[in-house]
Design a protein around this ligand. Sequence first.
Ligand SMILES: CC(C)(COP(=O)(O)OP(=O)(O)OC[C@H]1O[C@@H](n2cnc3c(N)ncnc32)[C@H](O)[C@@H]1OP(=O)(O)O)[C@@H](O)C(=O)NCCC(=O)NCCS
Length: 352
Amino acid sequence: MSPARRAPAFSERAFYLREFRGRTLAIACRPAALREPRRLRAVVDTLVRNGTRVLVVSSSGDALRRVVGDRVVEEREAAPIWRALRREGRLGVCTGNDANFVEACCALAARWRVFKLVWIDSGGGLRVGRRRLSFVHRDELRALLADTTERRAPLLRGIDRLLDQGVEAINLCTLAGLREELFTYDGSGTLFTRDRYIEVRPLSIDDFDAARGMIARGVKEGALLRRSPAEVDRALSAGLGAFVEGRHLAGVVSVLDYPGSGAGEVACLYTLTRYLGEGVGAELIEFALADARRLGLQQLFACTTNGAAARFFRRRGFVRVARSRVPDAKWQGYDPRRLARVRVYARETAGA
Ligand SMILES: CC(C)(COP(=O)(O)OP(=O)(O)OC[C@H]1O[C@@H](n2cnc3c(N)ncnc32)[C@H](O)[C@@H]1OP(=O)(O)O)[C@@H](O)C(=O)NCCC(=O)NCCS
């Protein structure tokens, strides 16, 4: 029997490529951005090699040919497009008239019901002041649209319609930021989805690669405690994941039981940068409390060296306690440098 192939090391890029495999993604781009087609061509190549079908939509056939060669069509119906994509993997779709490019693209994306439309725009993602809005759901989008000074209102109205018509996700970014937007947790632009719908459920074995990657990232940033592989495995087995739109893993947490103590630890709580401040952490804590009650635990505690995380726990009913208030086992083999800085927060699980 041949030995099992080793799974490749987890990477954010691999995570997203897996999400995109076997699906059709559309990229809308005005001809000006295609004057320098190398970047887009490289991303399209990566996607096609991954088994993702790619439609590049622009208003100029010549500009499209620079990206997809002679695979440019004016066809709009979904089934012939699908047939051509099966053959070619990538296709340029020319809309003609640039004046109504936004309307034409939105009409096509809705007709094809692609799972994702990436809109390349020199202005990149949305900003409020200097802060980038990396994740925007439809109600927030409508509030933004009420602000009549928004320069890109026609595009945003198109995005709003698309979300209504069943396109799951729309990304707005620059051409330079495309790779980062598609293949990294942080992204470079704005991701629009219909609802701010966060579902928390136990991690499945197929979520472990991504969850372990998140925990490793939290450790690298200094926010999470470095744990042994056996401890990480324990955290994964007990892990809960917060999924945006039911499928995109946005955050993780684990409740680690200290048998006989009546106490459990909030471990490996981490939210991806893209989703920070969206209530993912709060939702995970609610479920962690429920999990702790299910395990018969009376107290849940959390340890952090991070001021923002400490505030987050305080706002969720945790109070600072002495280190001696949590099971001794917690501190066995604990990094002495971290021990000097760590703050412990605890709360009762009853009445949560
Ligand atoms: C702590 C952490 C999990 C919170 O996650 P989150 O998904 O941003 O949590 P929420 O959105 O529910 O709440 C974040 C709070 O910050 C506010 N906030 C607003 N914008 C924010 C932003 N850009 N980034 C972070 N917080 C923001 C929220 O309004 C919210 O305030 P509230 O506590 O008054 O409700 C996250 O910051 C993180 O992953 N930190 C690194 C890992 C860590 O320290 N873990 C804890 C150790 S176990």
